[in-house]
Design a protein around this ligand. Structure first.
Ligand code: PLP
Length: 377
């Protein structure tokens, strides 16, 4: 029999009310008739895919997207019955799983289309798929030529139903809108070709979070927000972002305190040396939990509503902070790595800046071994 631990030395708290709030903020700016496909890949950007999916569904979202079949199967096993699009590539060996769990592939190449068609021929009704078009991301998707060849040769399998047509924006958060406008143009061409070939495609989708805000002409029938659902964005400063609330906070507790003397060092490779008597707190969280090692001697945390710097290298399972200037610190005190204490706040954007990355990576790096606690008002 397994029992839940009663004390959690490190925990990610997920504010489901904030998630619902962000969804609402996005819905407010959607063009009429446009709906949300919630992107819950990478464990819902570290927020926990199942609870995130369930919350989105409770708030009226009827379509989800993940990267892999594995991610989708976990959702199905948790009782998620809504449509799930697989954004990533699907191998032939995965077709039985795909069909058994009623997952919708985003098909990106002609050979997969044909093979899927053969597999679907065993079924009684046409199996829904989305076609992914390459418009500038340089990753997955049929080129316009490949698309036109399929349409001209009538090789779209009759065992499949073209439910959706999609592409992905490469630079919707970039400073120059031109590359995105070009992508929209190329996507329009693909839509036109498909319609002229006699297909009526119910679902057309292109935009990620930044695209939703900046390119209303790219809303079509669905949009695919990820990062903004979780309360973050990477829009350029010139663009007005929706009012978003960070959904995740990451906390731990002080495990040990020690006073070190001038000349003494902290952590691997002795990169921090005390210049005066220094009070060092040990935290039971490290890079194996997703705390980026680039935060070594760079990041800050909150203790007793004050900022404390990370000192020395981030270790695999621990990290040290300097609490010399913060009065009254004791073992067991809460430490905020992402989140708010009184008027002080540290966001995933702050960590991203310190670590030389983006909020996306900070969030989805938070290891599944950190327990998630879910709150809703
Ligand atoms: C991850 C992803 C999204 C969501 O992107 P955000 O920038 O997080 O909104 C949308 N579409 C595809 C194909 C993706 O891979």
């Amino acid at each position: 029999m397994s029992t839940q631990p009663t004390f959690l030395p490190a925990v990610a708290t997920i504010d489901l009310t904030a998630l619902a709030y962000n969804l609402l903020q996005l819905r407010r700016i959607l063009s009429p008739g446009c709906d949300v496909m919630g992107v819950v890949k990478a464990n819902a950007y570290g927020h926990g895919a199942i609870e995130t999916a369930q919350t989105l569904i409770r708030h009226g979202v009827v379509r989800l997207a993940v990267f892999s079949i594995d991610e989708a199967i976990s959702l199905r096993q948790a009782g998620v019955t809504v449509s799930i699009v697989i954004l990533g590539p699907v191998f032939h060996q995965q077709f039985p799983d795909l069909f058994m769990h009623r997952l919708t592939p985003a098909v990106s190449d002609p050979s997969t289309l044909i093979a899927l068609g053969q597999h679907a021929a065993q079924g009684s009704s046409p199996y829904p798929i989305h076609l992914k078009i390459e418009t500038g991301m340089g990753r997955l998707g049929l080129t316009q030529n490949e698309l036109e060849t399929i349409l001209a040769k009538h090789t779209f399998p009759s065992s499949l139903r073209l439910e959706g047509l999609m592409s992905h924006l490469a630079d919707s958060d970039g400073s120059d809108p031109d590359p995105t406008d070009q992508q929209i143009c190329r996507f329009e061409r693909a839509i036109k070709s498909v319609r002229e070939a006699g297909f009526s495609v119910p679902l057309i989708h292109l935009s990620n979070s930044a695209g939703i805000v900046r390119f209303p002409s790219a809303h079509y029938s669905l949009v695919r927000p990820g990062i903004m659902l979780y309360g973050y964005h990477t829009l350029p400063p010139t663009v007005q972002a929706p009012d978003l609330r960070p959904v995740l906070s990451l906390t731990t507790r002080i495990a040990q305190l020690r006073l070190i003397q001038p000349g003494e060092t902290v952590s691997y490779n002795r990169t921090f040396m005390a210049k005066q008597p220094t009070r060092v707190a040990v935290l039971p969280i490290g890079y194996s939990d997703g705390l980026n090692r680039q935060l070594s001697n760079r990041g800050h945390v909150l203790v007793r509503e004050r900022r404390a710097p990370i000192v020395g290298r981030v270790c695999m399972d621990m990290v040290m902070i300097d609490v010399t200037t913060i009065p009254g610190v004791t073992v067991g005190d809460e430490v905020m790595l992402i989140g708010q204490q009184a008027s002080e706040r540290i966001t995933a954007d702050n960590l991203a800046e310190w670590a030389g990355t983006i909020s996306y990576e900070i969030l989805c790096a938070i290891s599944p071994q950190i327990p998630r606690l879910y709150h809703s008002a």
